[in-house]
Design a protein around this ligand. Structure first.
Ligand SMILES: CC(=O)SCCNC(=O)CCNC(=O)[C@H](O)C(C)(C)COP(=O)(O)OP(=O)(O)OC[C@H]1O[C@@H](n2cnc3c(N)ncnc32)[C@H](O)[C@@H]1OP(=O)(O)O
Length: 133
């Protein structure tokens, strides 16, 4: 699991009970999954198709720093399935786990299109490859 993104829990992220609002957390996760898929698939037209069971394990409070982890569960033909864990940056206590987030690669008409990817790639390697061409 790679933890790329950190968030600082602010007053506007809280629910009326003063803990991190679940909807805000899901918004952050969806955006992180979309960014991850756009970068991996090298296509800005990627949508969230399916999100599996979500387990809210523990809460976060104002001032906490949390980090969002994503890893690839499966490369499909038009889809990319991701797994996600969000944890407290300082204690590593799990806040939420999402087993499956299915992102779908679209063509210019908004239809699913094969992405041709089979393994995780790193931008730095792609740049090196381009330099050597
Ligand atoms: C980041 C964002 O904010 S995106 C905004 C929110 N998301 C959206 O608006 C998406 C709206 N949905 C859609 O436009 C359509 O459902 C589409 C274009 C994504 C998919 O259309 P479908 O007719 O379901 O496409 P299709 O049946 O070909 O499936 C596409 C892929 O999704 C997978 N898939 C479809 N339904 C599911 C499901 N319920 N669970 C898991 N995977 C699924 C398929 O297995 C396929 O993957 P594969 O090619 O790797 O085998």
């Amino acid at each position: 699991m790679n933890y790329h993104t950190r968030k600082w829990v602010k007053p506007e992220d809280l629910n009326p009970n003063q803990s991190l609002f679940g909807g805000r957390l899901l918004q952050w996760i969806d955006e992180e999954a979309a960014l991850y898929a756009v970068i991996q698939l090298e296509n800005k037209k990627v949508v969230t198709k399916f999100i599996s069971e979500i387990n809210f394990v523990s809460s976060a409070k104002q001032g906490d720093i949390i980090e969002i982890g994503i890893e690839v569960a499966k490369f499909g033909s038009t889809s990319l399935t991701l797994a996600c864990e969000v944890r407290n940056k300082m204690t590593h206590q799990t806040i939420i786990t999402v087993d499956k987030i299915v992102m779908v690669n679209l063509d210019e008409n908004g239809n699913p299109a094969p992405h041709g990817k089979t393994q995780v790639e790193f931008v730095i390697d792609r740049l090196k490859l381009k330099e050597n061409l």
